[in-house]
Ligand binder design. Structure first.
Ligand code: PMP
Length: 402
């Protein structure tokens, strides 16, 4: 056998060296044992997936339009599905909608077309870890924007914008991952106005918006952006993303980006190079499901997650030390704990695993570090009994470390 002369330590591009697997991911492997109650994963509840309905839709698509479903298709995506999504947005131009293979791909493509090395991009503090993973290979510098119970602190943001030219701001206004918080209407309006005034693009990531348990649905940043642009879609500085992952099922990998034509055209070109198009069959299955199944399915998911959130809120009230603060989500899948300053959630996770309970430590969600005393809990995949038992165990760990 001859050894190749490849120098393995030098074969990667600089950007690949920025892609690392987090220590948290390694820690979380410990939590995947069957006897551990895990509030760590961000997965939708699998027992709610519409398996029969997806089977029936697949059968129908293959029987009636089999050849089309198995053929290559346009990069922009299945036209009837784009039209349906356009109508949901209040009749925007379907040409401004691009179907993507999960909103995760939307984040990657947006990073690819927007970020030059060294560009400043603004993210919430904390923010979605997957967005940082998508953007980081394009070598941005992060600006971590302060947030509070109402979302982005727009006064602090304006001060930042006076000093710095940001390329874009990435925000999750509904039931944010990881905090579960929702941006107030006033902040939404201010955020859209300030970014518009400073000429900063605004990326709105909205995978959870439909999973609201209580209260009114506030307008999207996208719709406020359209208003700001005087109804001219071509001038909207807000780029919107959502997905069928949390309402229908994540395995189909069907999501969309709605953006003005300038951004949309470049995204389409970037997607062409990435994967040509989102799987035709999956898009056609989703289109079959949006009429009859999606509404009922969304209702079911909302109801079940709403109950699980309630169980978790009750258990937190019963078992957690008074020194621990937590958010009170109006929808979505996540809840966020802030512990006393001296407590380190990464250390606590090791102990929690011994008590047969798991969570995600907060630090990886902070673009510039920090948040050692925070952690994320997901209630989507646990039943009432597991929630009670798991939070009781977590309470014991926290009491012991006070
Ligand atoms: N954005 C956020 C905020 C998320 O929480 C997730 C899923 N964890 C995604 C994007 C990715 O979703 P998708 O399945 O559509 O790629």
């Amino acid at each position: 056998m001859t050894a190749s002369l490849v120098q393995w330590d030098q074969c990667f591009a600089d950007r690949a060296l920025r892609i690392t697997s987090s220590t948290i991911r390694e820690l979380l492997k410990l939590t995947q044992k069957p006897d551990i109650i895990s509030f760590a994963g961000g997965l939708p509840a699998p027992e709610l997936f519409p398996v029969q309905e997806v089977a029936a839709a697949t059968q129908k698509v293959l029987t009636e339009q089999g050849a089309q479903a198995l053929q290559y298709s346009t990069t922009e995506g299945h036209a009837p599905l784009r039209q349906w999504i356009a109508a949901q947005h209040g009749n925007v131009n379907p040409d401004n909608i691009l179907l993507v293979s999960g909103s995760q791909q939307g984040l990657d493509l947006l990073g690819k077309i927007l970020i030059n090395p060294g560009d400043l991009i603004g993210v919430e503090t904390p923010t979605y870890l997957g967005a940082l993973q998508a953007f980081s290979p394009y070598e941005p510098e992060y600006v971590s924007i302060p947030t509070d119970e109402e979302g982005i602190d727009t006064t602090a943001l304006e001060e930042l914008l006076k000093q710095n030219k940001l390329k874009f701001i990435y925000a999750i206004p509904n039931f944010q991952n990881p905090t579960g918080r929702t941006m107030s209407l006033e902040r939404r309006k201010k955020l859209v106005e300030i970014t518009g005034r400073y000429g900063v693009l605004l990326l709105e990531d909205d995978p959870y918006g439909k999973l609201r348990f209580r209260g009114d649905f506030p307008p999207s940043l996208f719709s406020l952006g359209l208003e700001y642009a005087g109804g001219n879609e071509d001038q909207n500085h807000v780029i919107y993303m959502s997905t069928f992952s949390k309402t229908l099922t994540p395995g189909l990998r069907v999501a969309w980006v709605t953006a003005n034509p300038t951004i949309n055209r470049k995204l389409v070109q970037a997607k062409q190079g990435a994967d040509l198009h989102t799987p035709t069959l999956n898009q056609m299955i989703v289109f079959e499901l949006v009429h009859e199944v999606l509404g009922k399915q969304t209702e079911l998911v909302r109801k079940v997650y709403g109950e699980r959130r309630q169980f978790m809120m009750e258990a937190l009230g019963k078992y957690l030390p008074a020194e621990v603060a937590h958010t009170d989500p109006e929808g979505g899948m996540f809840l966020w704990l802030t512990l006393p300053e001296h407590m380190k959630s990464t250390e606590l996770l090791k102990q929690a695993v011994d008590y047969k309970v798991a969570f995600v430590p907060g630090t990886p969600f902070f673009a510039l570090g920090g948040g050692e005393n925070t952690l994320r809990l997901s209630y989507s995949c646990a039943n009432a009994e597991q929630i009670d038992r798991g939070i009781k165990a977590l309470g014991e760990v926290l009491h012991k470390n006070l």
